[in-house]
Design a protein around this ligand. Sequence first.
Ligand code: ADP
Ligand code: MG
Length: 237
Amino acid sequence: MSLHLTDITLTYPDGDSRLTALDRVTLHVPRGCLTAVIGPSGSGKSSLLAVAATLVTPDSGTVSVAGTDTSGMSRGDLADLRRHRIGIVFQQANLLPSLTAVEQLQVMAHIDGRRPSTVRGRAMDLLDAVGLAHLADRRPQQLSGGQRQRVGIARALMNDPGVLLVDEPTSALDHERGAAVLDLLARLTHERATATVLVTHDQALLSVADHVAEVHDGRLGRSAPARSAPDRSAPAR
Ligand code: ADP
Ligand code: MG
């Protein structure tokens, strides 16, 4: 599944005028590819992810997920698309304090009208994939910041999304833990063939990305391959 943002402009009301948060941004992310978008605070990174997630409708331009243009879709169809196709990892993991790690993942079943007990196996498999199976019964306050981010990443993968959107996942972590989270995201992107967009202001962590694009004042700059191209021979999804 691929993600295509084409000629996206997004403005916000700003007093009597409008602030241009995204200025004719075009970004194509093939499946199995981790694209990092780097830019300073206020450059439009979170806005870009909100548009990619179909949570915010741009003034102009199109978002297409797996070849389907989302512009004409109803709110209900968009909600459906987000549920089944798009995983989002927020800056803070936003875990529920009273739930254990595995329960954080199991609650995702509710969104689909399934019982949490039916998805426990899948939740455990994903915790294992992020290296946390042994901490499945811990609550967020018993986990480190990096471990909480890993739970957030596993949760975003619960519905097997084709598109994974990640907002500054390392901002609360030290360099070493941040690097480990990025390695994990790269591995999951390649293994699960997701089209992954990671936005960050931290240049130091980008060696794992397949492509890097820079954003300044809402404009996307050059997009350079950061490392060898990923294997795209995985079966179509
Ligand atoms: P980043 O994530 O790179 O820090 P954002 O996408 O959050 O940047 O913000 C881009 C610009 O849009 C900033 O100037 C910010 O102040 C502005 N902005 C973001 N969200 C809103 C909003 N809901 N209303 C008005 N302005 C906003
Ligand atoms: Mg932001």
